[in-house]
Design a protein around this ligand. Structure first.
Ligand SMILES: Nc1nc2c(ncn2[C@@H]2O[C@H](COP(=O)(O)OP(=O)(O)O)[C@@H](O)[C@H]2O)c(=O)[nH]1
Ligand SMILES: [Mg+2]
Length: 315
């Protein structure tokens, strides 16, 4: 199969028919073999009904329905597990992303050999204060920490080589950082394409300003995890050892001084070195323990179930 289109959605029943027809038209005119995988993340409107109807008309339409709302990352995760296409394209369901981009994205992956192409909504049709300005800040921070020179990490329109989606584990709210996850998984050929963006036609946006706060926290987590997640002892063990060493030096000095050099001097507990030694040794032990516990947790970690699916179509 050439292309899998993965569409995570929440309460988008007004857009789905139009979106489906548009994608189907693009696929047919380019003679791609394809599947469209809708992931309904606990919508409370008629989205699932619309998906069922579409799947009766078109057998390339597949669906996954979550029991309740688990978030976009879990939806993408469930979708990525099922996809069969050589190229996987993710797209928002609200018609803000244009299916006309699909052929070019496909060629960038297949002909130019990119692992991942991220869309860049250079000209954006969203609220300035709530979206555009915070988004600029957010992307600048993401560029700095990840070392990836992308302008628009959060763009829903992205194309992937199949192996990439099978090898990244998207969870929590990490869908914003799939390019970073891909890079950490060893896929370095990551590019960008300016894509057309449209104003929302139906419904309302599901993400507000809180996304940027969560986004920044996730950024710290991801940076930290990618640096030390697989070897916590390398950070905490090092810090702990340094601190304990400093504490030990001070204690050693105090001991020598008290025993041999200046037995008549101040009491040890009246000297600042004593407190420095005490504090560094205690904190050092804690760092060391944190690193050690981290290693143990990593070794005993098993795969936990993150969502439960209530329906599937054609899968
Ligand atoms: N699976 C899933 N998709 C969601 C959720 N919230 C929003 N979406 C979808 O993600 C896409 C982008 O959301 P949207 O509200 O348009 O964000 P905006 O374009 O940044 O304003 C749309 O297709 C939404 O239906 C969610 O909680 N779970
Ligand atoms: Mg949108």
């Amino acid at each position: 199969m050439d292309i899998s289109v993965v569409i995570p959605l929440l309460n988008e029943d007004e857009s789905l028919n139009e979106l489906h027809d548009w994608i189907a038209k693009v696929m047919q005119s380019n003679r791609y073999s394809y599947e469209i995988l809708f992931i309904d993340d606990g919508s409370t409107d008629n989205s699932w009904k619309v998906i069922e109807n579409l799947s009766e008309k078109n057998e390339s339409v597949k669906g996954i329905r979550f029991q309740k709302n688990y978030g976009k990352s879990q939806a993408l995760n469930a979708g990525f597990k099922e996809v069969k296409g050589n190229v996987v394209i993710t797209m928002d369901a609200d018609l803000q992303d244009s299916p006309d981009e699909i052929p070019e994205l496909y060629d960038l992956i297949i002909k130019d050999g990119f692992d991942l192409i991220s869309g860049w909504k250079k000209k954006r049709y969203d609220s300035k204060i709530r979206k555009n300005i915070p988004s600029k800040l957010f992307n600048a921070a993401a560029r700095k920490t990840s070392g990836l020179k992308l302008h628009d990490f959060n763009c829903g329109l992205k194309a992937y080589k199949n192996e990439v989606v099978k090898n990244v584990d998207v969870n929590g709210e990490m869908h914003r950082y799939i390019p970073v996850l891909a890079k950490n998984a060893g896929f370095n050929n990551i590019g960008e394409k300016v894509v057309i963006h449209q104003a929302r036609k139906y419904g309302v946006t599901k993400f507000g300003i809180e996304r940027f706060i969560n986004g920044f926290l996730d950024l710290i987590t991801i940076w930290f995890l990618s640096k030390f997640g697989k070897r916590p002892m390398h950070l905490f063990g090092l810090l702990g050892t340094i601190m304990m060493f400093i504490g030990f030096l001070f204690a050693f000095y105090l001991g020598i001084d008290k025993l041999f050099l200046n037995p008549e001097g101040r009491l040890i507990t009246q000297r600042p070195q004593f407190y420095i030694s005490l504090v560094t040794m205690m904190i050092g032990t804690q760092f060391f323990l944190a690193g050690f516990l981290g290693e143990i947790i990593l070794r005993s970690k098993s795969d936990t179930k993150r969502y439960s699916i209530s329906n599937k179509i054609n899968l």
